[in-house]
Design a binder for this molecule. Sequence first.
Ligand code: COA
Length: 306
Amino acid sequence: MTPFSMDDLMFRPGLMSGERILITGGGTGLGKVMAEACLMLGATVYICGRRGGVVEASARELMDAHGGRCVGLACDIRVPEAIEAMLDQIWADGGALTGLVNNAAGNFISRTEDLSPRAFDAIANIVFRGTFFVTQGCGKRWIAEGQKASVVSILTTWIWNGGPFTVPSAMSKAAVATMSQSLAVEWGSHGIRFNNIAPGPFPTEGMSARLNPGGEGQERSNAYGDMSANPMGRVGDMRELANLAVYLLHPLSAYVNGQTIAIDGAAWQATGGNFSRLRAWGDAEWKAARDSIQRTNEKDRAQRTV
Ligand code: COA
C-alpha cells in the first residue's frame, strides 16, 4: 500500500490530536488504512492482531512514513482474558481510549452444508464473540471513568440482505449491527456512541485469498463480481473508507449514533452485493476454493504469535 499524503484526507492536520484509538485487526487491510489516517491526523493509534510480527512491522512502517505514535499489540480477540490484558496495557500507557474500531474479522466462502462446527466457530468466535468482548471491555472502563467515546464497527451490506456462501460471517456481522443499535441507546447517556460502516468491495490481501481464492481474472465468478455492474463502475478507494472512519471517530460527529453507512457505490441495491452468483459452482470449483483457502490459512497460522 502506498502511504497516504495529506492530500488523500479531507481533514486539517492535527484534527485527531488527543484522540486515542484502538483498531482491531489493524495490521493489514482496511484496519491498517484507518490506522494510517488516524495517525496522520495526530491520534495515538493502537493496532492489534494475532500475528505480533505483522502488527509491529505495520506500526513501525506507519510511524516511519508519518511520525506520531502507533503501537502494535499481539492479541487474539477470541480470548477474553487476552483482551482484558491488552486493554489494561493500553490504559496504563496513557489513559483511556477515546475510540475503538471493531475491524478484526475472519471469513471464507464455503457451501454452508460443508461447514464443520470448528469452521463456524473460526468465524463466529472472532466476529460475534470477539467484537462483543472488546467492546464490553472498553465500555466498562469508559463508564467507570466518565469517558466519552466513539465505536465504529466494520460490517457488510449482507446484514440487510443475507450472505449466501458466507453464512457464519453474515450472521455474526448482523449480530454486531444489533449490538451497535442496542448500545447506542443503552450507553448514549454516557456519551459513548456506536456507528457501523458496511464496506463493499475494497480489495485487500486477506479478502482476496479467502473470498476470491485462485485469483482474479479467472473464468469463475469472483469476490467482486463484474465491476461494470457496480453503479460506480469500480471497487472502493481506500481513501474513501479512511475519511469516513475518521469522521465517525471524531467528537464533532457526536450526534451521529446508532447508524450504519454503506460505502459500496450502491452495489448492494444494484446487485445484492453478495455471493449469490456462486450458486453456479459445482463440486470441482468448491474443492479448488477450499484447497486454496486452506493453504492461505496455514501460511497465516505459521505467522501467529498468540
Ligand atoms: N471450507 C470449509 N471449511 C473450511 C474452509 C473452507 N474453505 N477453510 C477452513 N475450513 C474449516 C477447517 O476445515 C476447520 O474445520 P475442521 O477442523 O473441522 O476441519 C476450520 O474451518 C478451521 O480451519 P483452520 O484452517 O484451522 O482455520 P483458522 O482458524 O486457522 O483460520 C480464519 C480461519 C477465518 C480464522 C482465518 O482465515 C483468519 O484468520 N482470517 C482472518 C482474515 C480474513 O479472514 N480476512 C478476510 C476477511 S473478508
